[in-house]
Design a protein around this ligand. Sequence first.
Ligand SMILES: NC(=O)C1=CN([C@@H]2O[C@H](COP(=O)(O)OP(=O)(O)OC[C@H]3O[C@@H](n4cnc5c(N)ncnc54)[C@H](OP(=O)(O)O)[C@@H]3O)[C@@H](O)[C@H]2O)C=CC1
Ligand SMILES: [Mg+2]
Length: 280
Amino acid sequence: MAEVESLLHKFGQDAQRIEDSVLIGCSEQHEAWFALDLGLNSSFSTHASLPKSEVETELQGSFIELRKAIFQLNSMDSSLLFTAQALLRWHDGHQFCSKSGQPTRKNIAGSKRVCPSNNIIYYPQMAPVVITLVSDGTRCLLARQSSFPKGMYSALAGFCDIGENMEEAVRREVAEEVGLEVENMQFSASQHWPFPNSSLMIACHATVKPGQTEIQVNLRELEAAAWFSYDEIATALRKKGTYIQQQNEAFPFLLPPKLAIAHQLIQEWVEKQTCASLPA
Ligand SMILES: NC(=O)C1=CN([C@@H]2O[C@H](COP(=O)(O)OP(=O)(O)OC[C@H]3O[C@@H](n4cnc5c(N)ncnc54)[C@H](OP(=O)(O)O)[C@@H]3O)[C@@H](O)[C@H]2O)C=CC1
Ligand SMILES: [Mg+2]
């Protein structure tokens, strides 16, 4: 706190803004961890912006976009940063009560906001998203959106509609995006993901009926989708070098970064194929 105060003083800022911090976790030694929006991205903060390059010099570091940092972070740092970014962004977007129009107030930890005029409490929200790795028994289906990094393919993902359960969302998303009917869904794991706002990614494996593998790519949602063999996926998983280096290959085929739950699904599928091919 003393360090942050001295940084704020150095840049002529009111130390009072430390109260805008939000609690994002706790170390194994029971030290509380907080996140504070320094206001370098002006749309994110109600306070005056700090000069980015001067803060970088002062802190001997450099700010990079979270989407790019994903390729370099370890799982503990990423979890803290994902929580921090999602929570700070939620506070920024909930400054006013949607019923009374009055300013809302953050509680000390930053786990909610309250409207003093009618006591309505606002809690941070996450949007449930299903992500499915579809397999036909020997191949798995991956797709890419035009916004993905060059050459990157991932599992099919989509937001749950209101009133839907996970199974219904998986069936609808796979049918909408590639025109396939899935069966045998199996839950794998879940993950908080800070994009586009704050999503709860619910990951599962699913299969298609034998012989029913013809894809109809929905070009409004996807740029491409295709079946990939075990060898293609296993080779892509073994690739060395940074993401930038891999993207610069003549025909890059890249899988999502290790921190993404899509990567975990793909890894699990490869392991399952390896086990299935072993002699009994
Ligand atoms: N961690 C991981 O491994 C992965 C994470 N993801 C994440 O999953 C998310 C969802 O995948 P995506 O294929 O884009 O989803 P969808 O296939 O559902 O398509 C996105 C569209 O859904 C509509 N939509 C419905 N509800 C929401 C909502 N709550 N927030 C935003 N848009 C909504 C929007 O359409 P309209 O604009 O027409 O309203 C949006 O353009 C992505 O944002 C991505 O960050 C994806 C792959 C891997
Ligand atoms: Mg989608």
